[in-house]
Design a protein around this ligand. Structure first.
Ligand code: GDP
Ligand code: MG
Length: 180
C-alpha cells in the first residue's frame, strides 16, 4: 500500500481547510473550526492502486503539540502552498514558504513537470477585488519550479479535485523514483 503525505500550507484564512474539505467531501462549507490542527486520512484508489492519503491541515493559532513549520515540511512528501488572490500579504507568505521548501531541498523531483510543490491562488471567485495577478503567481511558480493553479474552493469542485489528484500522482511517482 502506498502512503502519501501532503501538507497544505499558507496564511490563516486563505482557504486551506476549505480546499481540503471540498476535495474530500465535494462540499464547500463556509466556516471551519480553526482551533486545532488536523491530519485528514483518506483511502483512495489511484491509477488502479490503493493509497492511504494523509493531508495535514495546520491550525493558524498556536496550539498544543503543534508541528512547527519545519516539522510539517519534513513530514510531508508533497506540498500545496495556498494564497488568496484578494490578499497580497498571503502571497508574500506563500513566497516565503515556497522559498523555504526549496532552501531545505524538499520536494525536489527529477523533472520539473513532476514537481510535488503546488502553488495555488485560491478565491478566484473574488477576482473583482484581486490583489495578485495571475501572471505574478505564474512567475513565482516558474521561479521555484512549482505547478501553478488558480481556483476557487467555493465555486470549483472539478479544478480542486484535479489539482489534488495531480499532486497525489506526482508525489507517488516521486516516491517510487526515490525507492529505486
Ligand atoms: P484556512 O485558515 O486557510 O484554513 O482558511 P479557511 O478554509 O478556514 O477559509 C477562510 C475563509 O475563507 C472562510 O470564511 C471561507 O469560507 C473562505 N473561503 C475559502 N475558500 C474560498 C473561496 O474559494 N472563495 C471565497 N469567496 N471564500 C473562500
Ligand atoms: Mg483551516
Amino acid at each position: 500500500m502506498n502512503d502519501i503525505k501532503l501538507a497544505v500550507l499558507g496564511s490563516e484564512g486563505v482557504g486551506k481547510s476549505a480546499l481540503i474539505v471540498r476535495f474530500l467531501t465535494r462540499r464547500f462549507i463556509g466556516e471551519y473550526a480553526s482551533s486545532s490542527e488536523c491530519i485528514y486520512r483518506k483511502r483512495m484508489s489511484f491509477d488502479g492502486k490503493q493509497m492511504n492519503l494523509e493531508l495535514y491541515d495546520p491550525c493558524s493559532q498556536p496550539c498544543e503539540g503543534q508541528f512547527s513549520l519545519n516539522e510539517q515540511m519534513h513530514w510531508a512528501e508533497g506540498f500545496v502552498v495556498v494564497y488568496d488572490i484578494s490578499d497580497r500579504s498571503s502571497f508574500i507568505t506563500a513566497q516565503a514558504i515556497v522559498h523555504l521548501i526549496r532552501e531545505l531541498h524538499l520536494g525536489v523531483t527529477k523533472r520539473d513537470a513532476d514537481s510535488v510543490v503546488f502553488l495555488v491562488g485560491n478565491k478566484q471567485d473574488l477576482c473583482h477585488v484581486r490583489e495578485v495577478s495571475r501572471e505574478e503567481g505564474q512567475r513565482l511558480a516558474a521561479e521555484f519550479k512549482c505547478q501553478f493553479y488558480e481556483l476557487s474552493a467555493a465555486e470549483h469542485y472539478q479544478e480542486v479535485a484535479l489539482m489534488f489528484s495531480k499532486v497525489v500522482r506526482n508525489t507517488s511517482l516521486n516516491g517510487k523514483a526515490k525507492d529505486r
